[in-house]
Design a protein around this ligand. Structure first.
Ligand SMILES: Nc1ncnc2c1ncn2[C@@H]1O[C@H](COP(=O)(O)OP(=O)(O)O)[C@@H](O)[C@H]1O
Ligand SMILES: CC(C)(COP(=O)(O)O)[C@@H](O)C(=O)NCCC(=O)O
Length: 304
């Protein structure tokens, strides 16, 4: 990894600006995914430096856009700054994304920061069944990548209200008739396992549109534990809802659910991680490496 500069926690924390953003443990409790507590020390030792660096890159882009407008004598609308977040299923992408959104909006209140996930671009289950792709959910072919790249082009072209489909982990499907809206943000954070993937069949690469990208990394066996813990939590939360995807499993003997989740991890998410997600790591602008307890122990910043 010659093109990355490595930092341990202390080295990275030392780069933080003097005036640190204030945030309470309650606010942190609101952004966690499912009852886990995000450590406040991570905010001080990791995220303060990270958002300060992101703001620097953001300002550079804005200044470049202003110079381009001046040179071209064209009043072009400044395109949003796009941050892509990638990494395995259950590595903590959405938790990190929510934390970044909160901290960026708090530190730079003049910035409108929108957060979304690429899960909404997975084909609905009915379509996956038609295509015989139900056991390939999350793999490149299960996403409508053309729709995703068209969506990103719309975002960058400055359209006022752009809709996108929403996915529910509890339904394990696209939510029918429900959409998210992107309305001229300054910064768009987009997280998903496929954000740094290369296209199949000559489509545009989504990361061509990113101004900055993050890959969240951890050892496979640790991610598997996070996956299992989240699985049990989502299942238990839905054990009284007969319409829910997890209902039958939640009310079956525990070993059945465990077997199902372990198989899903081994046969789907781990295979996907090895074949399609981990190979994109070296394309990220920054790699956050986590260890047990979601503790970030290494940061790698790409310098070429
Ligand atoms: N920094 C963190 N501290 C504690 N728990 C976390 C942290 N990041 C993620 N988690 C937990 O790990 C699991 C996976 O995280 P999530 O953000 O849902 O992953 P992803 O979006 O990558 O699938 C969830 O149960 C989440 O609450
Ligand atoms: C929708 C996903 C591909 C994306 O996962 P995420 O990274 O958002 O956790 C994943 O949650 C998924 O459904 N994987 C398929 C196998 C499974 O049910 O875990």
């Amino acid at each position: 990894m010659k093109n990355y500069t490595a930092f341990n926690r202390d080295e990275w924390a030392k780069l933080a600006p003097k005036n640190k953003v204030e945030i309470t443990q309650e606010e942190l409790a609101n952004i966690k995914s499912l009852g886990d507590v995000v450590d406040l020390t991570d905010v001080h030792e990791i995220y303060t430096t990270l958002i300060s660096y992101l703001h620097l890159v953001y300002k550079e882009k804005r200044s470049g856009q202003a110079k381009q407008r001046e040179f071209l004598h064209r009043d072009l609308k400044p395109a949003p700054f796009i941050i892509g977040i990638s990494g395995s299923v259950a590595v903590g992408k959405s938790t990190t994304a929510r934390l970044l959104q909160l901290l960026l909006s708090r530190t730079y209140p003049e910035l409108k920061v929108h957060l979304m996930t690429t899960d909404g671009f997975i084909y609905p289950n009915a379509e996956l069944k038609r295509k015989n792709l139900m056991s390939r959910k999350g793999f490149p072919e299960s996403y409508d990548m053309a729709l995703l790249t068209d969506f990103l082009k719309d975002v960058l072209s400055g359209k006022d209200d752009i809709v996108y489909p929403l996915y529910s982990q509890e339904l394990s499907d696209i939510v029918p008739g429900k959409y998210g809206h992107v309305q001229n943000p300054d910064i768009l954070i987009i997280e998903g396992i496929n954000t740094l993937q290369l296209p199949r069949g000559g489509q545009v690469v989504t990361s061509d549109y990113f101004d900055f990208s993050l890959y969240i990394d951890a050892e496979e066996n640790i991610i598997e534990k996070w996956y299992m813990q989240r699985f049990y939590k989502v299942m238990d939360m839905n054990k009284n809802d007969p319409d829910n995807y997890y209902y039958e499993l939640a009310n079956a003997p525990r070993e059945e659910a465990t077997k199902f989740a372990e198989e899903t991890w081994q046969m789907i998410n781990l295979v996907n991680l090895r074949e399609y997600i981990a190979p994109t790591k070296q394309r990220a602008s920054l790699i956050l490496h986590k260890t047990t307890g979601h503790l970030i122990d290494q940061i790698y910043l790409r310098h070429f």
